[in-house]
Design a protein around this ligand. Structure first.
Ligand SMILES: *Cc1c(COP(=O)(O)O)cnc(C)c1O
Length: 413
């Protein structure tokens, strides 16, 4: 293979059909931002949209805005837009709450639809909130459910006649490894289990087709690749065949069939509407909508091609330039198994990442020793992948990380 150079990367940027999308984001000068998998960048359209909402809709039209500006429709309207990013249909998705809360609602549904089976099957080092929510729900139900955790590549073999639901994150938050959604879903359903996917690191990063996979439930995150802003609302999807088979336990008034009838007893809304609990956070929803609108203008295949090109470029640069520097690749090299990030292990992972951030290359660190680099394909360039690899090599060669200030742990890593 020929040597990779920065000039090759610049040539790929010049030929990149998605290059112009970077101009839609307000990225600071001099920063290489490789953490869009944790907090997506700010779309340029968002501040104006929020200002309009605050000043005109809230400020001038006050409470009439719930009808006049469709605030009350936001969870469903945004849900229908999100559906297009994940292979779902209209009326199948709502934007609501946080990913954690949506996990609670969908997992409760799954357990109730498979009442004679005790096992929630998941991956040992799944994102902790997914496992914590399962623990909390099991304790609340008090029906003897158990959480069974296996390695990622052992999930399919572990599904059996005790498995009520298989709950997996499609793209792993630490390794960037991606499950085969259709194959795992089929294996779960062959054994009579339901399939719940967490799309936190998928939606907006890799093509997702829940309908083609025949999945049962999904949840996802608004502030990562969807660029919805810090603490953006999350979303959930329920396959139409299940929607009305269950009343989710957070039975709040906006999931009621007639909220403004103010009836004393709960009657669930038809369809996906019953998965809403309370009042939508309108400001946050508007920011999320601006992020989602951008992604709706991009071909998912082109997005995936660019994403794979970026991660491949970064891996190739590390392979070529960082031999003997103590790095090892955690992310699969196989394209079909890789999401939108690259994770590298290094025994001094934490201070190395702090030193990189101090140089303007922003990734993040996940305990115990993982350097995480997210390549959001809408606004990341091939030269960014090259420059980030070069900066990492320099930090390691010169031991620029070994300074007291880089060892000090912050609350958020
Ligand atoms: C980011 C992420 C979440 C976030 O959950 P919150 O409720 O928004 O804090 C959940 N699951 C996975 C797999 C994630 O990566």
């Amino acid at each position: 293979m020929s040597r990779l150079t920065r000039a090759h990367c610049a040539a790929r940027d010049a030929a990149d059909p998605l290059a112009a999308w970077r101009g839609e984001f307000a990225l600071p000068e001099g920063i290489i931002y490789l953490d869009g998998n944790s907090l997506g960048a700010l779309p340029k359209a968002t501040p104006a949209r929020i200002a309009e909402l605050v000043e005109r809709e809230w400020g001038q039209d006050l409470i009439t805005s719930w009808n006049k500006h469709g605030w009350i429709e936001l969870p469903r309207r945004l849900g229908d837009k999100l559906a297009r990013l994940i292979g779902a249909g209209p009326g199948e998705v709502v934007a609501a709450d946080s990913t954690s809360v949506n996990l609670f609602k969908t997992l409760a549904a799954a357990l109730s639809l498979n009442p004679d089976r005790p096992i929630i099957l998941s991956e040992r080092d799944n994102f902790p909130t997914d496992l914590y929510i399962a623990e909390g729900l099991m304790a609340l139900l008090g029906k003897g459910h158990r959480l069974r955790l296996v390695e990622g590549d052992a999930v399919e073999a572990a599904i059996d006649s005790d498995t009520a639901v298989v709950m997996l994150t499609h793209v792993h938050y630490r390794t960037g490894a991606m499950h085969d959604m259709a194959a795992v879903t089929a294996a779960a359903q062959r054994a009579g289990a339901l399939m719940l996917w967490d799309l936190a690191h998928s939606a907006g990063a890799v093509p997702v087709d829940l309908t083609a996979a025949g999945a049962d439930f999904a949840v996802g995150c608004g502030y990562k690749y969807l660029n919805g802003g810090p603490g953006a609302p999350a979303f959930l999807w329920v396959a139409p065949r299940h929607q009305e088979r269950f009343v989710q336990p957070l039975s709040g008034w906006l999931g009621h069939a007639a909220p403004f009838a103010f009836e004393a007893a709960y009657r669930p809304a038809p369809g996906i509407g019953r998965y809403v609990a309370g009042t939508p956070p309108v400001l946050s929803m508007a920011a999320l909508e601006a992020g989602v609108d951008l992604l709706l203008g991009v071909s998912p295949a082109a997005l995936r091609e660019k994403s794979l090109g970026l991660t491949e470029t970064f891996i190739a640069a590390i392979d070529q330039e960082a031999q003997g520097l103590g790095l090892s690749l955690l992310t699969p090299r196989d394209r079909a198994r890789r999401g939108g990030q690259v994770s590298l292990r290094h025994e001094a992972g934490y201070p190395v990442m702090q030193a990189l951030i101090a140089r303007g290359v922003i990734g993040d660190f996940r305990a115990p020793d993982i350097l995480r680099f997210g390549f959001a394909p809408l606004y990341t360039r091939f030269v960014d992948a090259w420059d980030a690899a070069a900066a990492l090599v320099e930090v390691l060669r010169q031991r620029g990380w070994d300074r007291p200030e880089f060892h000090r742990r912050a609350a958020v890593t």
